[in-house]
Design a protein around this ligand. Structure first.
Ligand code: SF4
Ligand code: SF4
Ligand code: SF4
Length: 634
C-alpha cells in the first residue's frame, strides 16, 4: 500500500486547516493500489442514457410538434406562480420525495449537468490534471438561497401582493403536454455556453462538483432532503482507515473520516454514486437504512478543509454577488443558473489572482504560477485570463446598469400605450415626467444597445418605444425590425404588433397587414394584433375580410371594447345599423368611465371614417373631462 501523504493547497493561508490522507496518489488510482469502481461504468451508462433520452424527447417534439412538457425542475416555477402543472414539477416533486428517503440518487444517477461535470473531470484526468475542490464556507449557501429565490419567494411575494379576492394557491391547469417545448429555454446560442460554463469551467476551476456545490439551486433542496434521508453510506468494523474511499470520491466527501466519526457519510454533497463502496478493499462500506444525518451531532470541524480565511470568505461573497448581478439576465439572455456558475468562477479567479501577487509560491494544478516570489510564465497567462474574465464582468455590469436605468425610465412613462398608438404623433399627450423619462431612458438604452457585445433586444425594444414617443416613428420601426430578428414567441409577436400599429397610424396599410399577419402567425391569440389587422384590411378596402377579423376577435373575447366598436362602426358604414346595435351595446357595458379611454376609441374610429360612433366617444370623453374640448381634432 502506498502511504504517500497529500498536502493540501490550504497550507499557504493563515486560518486554513489541512488534512492528511493515509493513501493518496491522485495521479492514478492504479499506481496507488486503489481498485477500480465497478459501479462507475453503470453510472456512466445511466447518465449517457439520460442524455440520449433528452435528445430523443427533443427530436420527437421536432417531428410531431407536440410532446410532454420539459422534464426540468425549473418548470416548477410556473406551477407555483401560475398553477400550470407540468412534467418538470412532477419530476422535481418525485425527486425530492425520493431524496428524502434514499438521499441524492437523482443527482448522482439522473442529472445531465452532473454528467457533463463527470465527463469534464474524466477528460481532465486523462490529461493528467486532477480537479481540486475549492472549499468555501460562505458560498456553499448559494444553492439554498437560489432555491428559496426560485421556489419560495414567488409564493411569498404572491401572498403579500395579491388582491384580496385572489386565492393564494393559483387554480391548477394541465400543462403536461405542450406544442411549444422550447418556450421556457434559452436559445441554442445561450444553451451551449451555459453547458460549457456550468458543466466544464466550474469543474476546471472549482473541482469536480463545483457547479453542484456552489451554484445549483436544485442542489440546495436536495442537500436539505439528504440530511433527513435514513438511507446512507454506512460502515462496518472492517474499516482500517486506508483512505481509498476518500481518494475515489468525486464529490469531495471525506469518506474515511466521516465513517470513522459517525459510522456513516453525513456530508449532503454525497451523490450516492456508490464508488466508495465498490473500491473499499475491506468491503467495509454498505448502503443501508438507519439514523439520518440530522440526528448525529457534528464534531468533525477541525478536520475540514477550507480554501479561504474568514476575511477572504467575506470578500469572496461580495465578489460573487457583484459578478452575479452583473451577469444575470444581461442582454436578456443569461439565465440565472448560468450566472450562478459564472459568478463562482469569477470569485475563484479574482481571489487566486489576488493571491498570485501576494503569496511567495503558488501553483494551479501541476503548473507553478509563482515560485520564490517570481511570477512564472503560467502565472502571467493565468492573470491575463483572469483580467479578461473580470473585465467581461465589469463590461456586463455596465450594460446591466444602463439596462436597469433604462427600465426604470420606461416604468415611469405615464401615457397609456393605447392612447400613444391612437395617433401618429403622441407628442401633445406627453406629460413632463414622460418627456424627462424619454430623455433619460433613451440615453441609457442607447448606451446599453450600442456598446454591448450582442444585439440587445431588451434594450432595443424599449428604445423603439421611447423613439416613437419622441416623434420619430420611422426610426422606431427600424429598431423594431432589428429586434424581431432576435426574438421569438410572445416577445416577437408583441414587437410585430407594435410595428403593425405604427404602420397603420402612418397610413402604410399594406405593410401593416403583412407585419400583423406575422404577429398573428407567432401568437394567434394576440387580440390587439387582430384589432389592428382589421383596421389595415378596412383601410385597404378589403371590408369583408376586416369584418371577419373583428368578428373573430369578438368571438374569442366578447368583452373587447375596441373590437366591438370597430365591428359596430363597420356594420353601420355597410348599411347594417340593426346588426351594429348588439356590438355597440356589448362595448358600452364594459367601457371604463375614463375620458382618455373614450378619446382613444374616438380617435381610432375617426381614423377609420366611422364618424358617428367616433363622435359619441369624443362627446363622452369631453363630458367626463371638459378640458379635452380644446384638443378636439377638426
Ligand atoms: S446539484 Fe444540481 S447540477 Fe448537481 S447533480 Fe444535483 S441537480 Fe444536478
Ligand atoms: S471504508 Fe474502506 S476504503 Fe474507506 S477507509 Fe475504510 S477500509 Fe478504507
Ligand atoms: S461518499 Fe461515496 S457514494 Fe457518496 S459521492 Fe462519495 S464516493 Fe459516491
Amino acid at each position: 500500500m502506498n502511504h504517500m501523504k497529500r498536502g493540501c493547497e490550504s497550507r499557504a493561508g493563515k486560518g486554513r486547516q489541512s488534512i492528511q490522507l493515509p493513501v493518496i496518489n491522485l495521479a492514478g488510482n492504479q499506481e496507488s493500489g486503489i481498485r477500480k469502481s465497478k459501479t462507475s461504468r453503470w453510472r456512466a451508462a445511466t447518465l449517457v442514457t439520460v442524455n440520449l433520452l433528452m435528445v430523443a424527447h427533443f427530436i420527437q417534439w421536432r417531428l410531431m410538434r407536440t410532446t410532454i412538457s420539459p422534464i426540468e425542475p425549473s418548470e416548477t416555477m410556473y406551477t407555483l406562480q401560475q398553477g400550470a402543472v407540468n412534467a418538470g414539477f412532477i419530476f422535481f416533486a418525485l425527486a425530492i420525495l425520493a431524496t428524502l428517503i434514499l438521499g441524492r440518487f437523482v443527482c448522482g444517477w439522473g442529472c445531465h449537468i452532473l454528467a457533463l461535470q463527470d465527463l469534464c473531470g474524466w477528460l481532465l484526468k486523462k490529461l493528467g490534471l486532477n480537479p481540486k475542490p475549492f472549499r468555501s464556507r460562505l458560498l456553499v449557501f448559494v444553492p439554498l438561497v437560489g432555491a428559496l429565490y426560485m421556489f419560495v419567494w414567488p409564493t411569498a411575494y404572491r401572498a403579500f401582493s395579491k388582491p384580496d379576492d385572489e386565492p393564494l394557491i393559483p387554480q391548477f391547469t394541465n400543462h403536461l403536454v405542450t406544442s411549444n417545448f422550447w418556450e421556457t429555454f434559452p436559445s441554442l446560442a445561450v444553451a451551449i455556453p451555459f453547458l460549457f460554463v456550468c458543466g466544464f469551467m466550474t469543474v476546471y476551476f472549482l473541482g469536480q462538483k463545483g457547479f453542484c456545490t456552489y451554484a445549483c439551486p436544485y442542489g440546495g433542496f436536495f442537500s436539505l432532503a439528504d440530511k433527513i434521508a435514513p438511507a446512507k453510506i454506512r460502515v462496518t468494523d472492517a474499516c482500517n482507515q486506508c483512505g481509498h474511499c476518500t481518494a475515489t470520491c468525486t464529490s469531495n466527501v471525506l469518506v474515511h473520516l466521516e465513517v470513522k466519526q459517525y459510522a456513516m457519510v453525513v456530508d449532503p454533497g454525497c451523490m450516492k454514486c456508490m464508488d466508495c463502496i465498490s473500491v473499499c478493499p475491506n468491503d467495509a462500506l454498505y448502503f443501508g437504512f438507519g439514523k439520518p444525518a440530522v440526528a448525529v451531532p457534528k464534531t468533525l470541524g477541525p478536520a475540514r478543509l477550507h480554501s479561504l480565511t474568514w476575511p477572504e470568505e467575506i470578500i469572496a461573497a461580495a465578489i460573487f454577488l457583484a459578478s452575479f448581478l452583473a451577469i444575470w439576465d444581461v442582454y436578456l439572455i443569461v439565465p440565472m443558473l448560468m450566472a450562478l456558475g459564472w459568478a463562482t468562477i469569477t470569485t475563484f479567479l479574482a481571489l487566486r489572482t489576488w493571491r498570485l501577487f501576494r503569496a511567495r509560491d503558488l501553483a494551479f494544478y501541476r503548473f507553478s504560477l509563482k515560485a520564490s516570489g517570481q511570477i512564472k510564465h503560467a502565472g502571467w497567462v493565468f492573470a491575463g485570463f483572469a483580467v479578461l474574465w473580470i473585465g467581461l464582468n465589469v463590461h456586463s455590469g455596465w450594460i446591466r446598469y444602463n439596462e436597469f436605468e433604462g427600465e426604470r425610465a420606461f416604468q415611469r412613462i405615464q401615457i397609456p400605450d393605447e392612447l400613444a398608438l391612437a395617433q401618429a404623433n403622441p407628442g401633445p399627450w406627453l406629460s413632463e415626467i414622460d418627456r424627462q423619462s424619454i430623455i433619460v431612458g433613451t440615453k441609457h438604452l442607447q448606451a446599453a444597445s450600442s456598446l454591448g457585445f450582442f444585439t440587445n433586444s431588451a434594450a432595443l425594444s424599449k428604445l423603439a418605444w421611447f423613439v416613437y414617443l419622441a416623434g420619430d416613428a420611422d426610426r422606431s420601426l427600424q429598431l423594431l425590425a432589428l429586434v424581431t430578428d432576435y426574438q421569438q414567441g410572445q416577445a416577437k409577436a408583441l414587437s410585430l404588433y407594435y410595428s403593425g400599429a405604427i404602420l397603420n397610424r402612418l397610413g402604410r396599410y399594406e405593410q401593416a397587414r403583412v407585419t400583423l399577419e406575422r404577429a398573428l402567425a407567432e401568437r394567434p391569440d394576440l387580440i390587439l394584433a387582430r384589432e389592428e389587422m382589421g383596421e389595415a384590411l378596412w383601410q385597404l378596402g378589403r371590408k369583408d375580410e376586416a369584418l371577419g377579423v373583428w368578428s373573430d376577435a369578438v368571438q374569442r373575447n366578447p368583452g373587447l371594447v375596441l373590437a366591438n366598436n370597430q365591428l359596430a362602426g363597420a356594420l353601420v358604414s355597410l348599411g347594417r345599423p340593426a346588426a351594429a346595435i348588439v356590438y355597440e351595446k356589448q362595448a358600452d357595458q364594459v367601457t371604463p368611465e375614463n375620458p382618455l379611454f373614450h378619446w382613444m376609441i374616438a380617435l381610432r374610429l375617426a381614423n377609420l371614417g366611422m364618424k358617428e360612433l367616433a363622435e359619441k366617444h369624443f362627446q363622452k370623453a369631453i363630458d367626463l373631462d371638459p378640458s379635452l374640448q380644446a384638443r378636439r381634432p377638426n
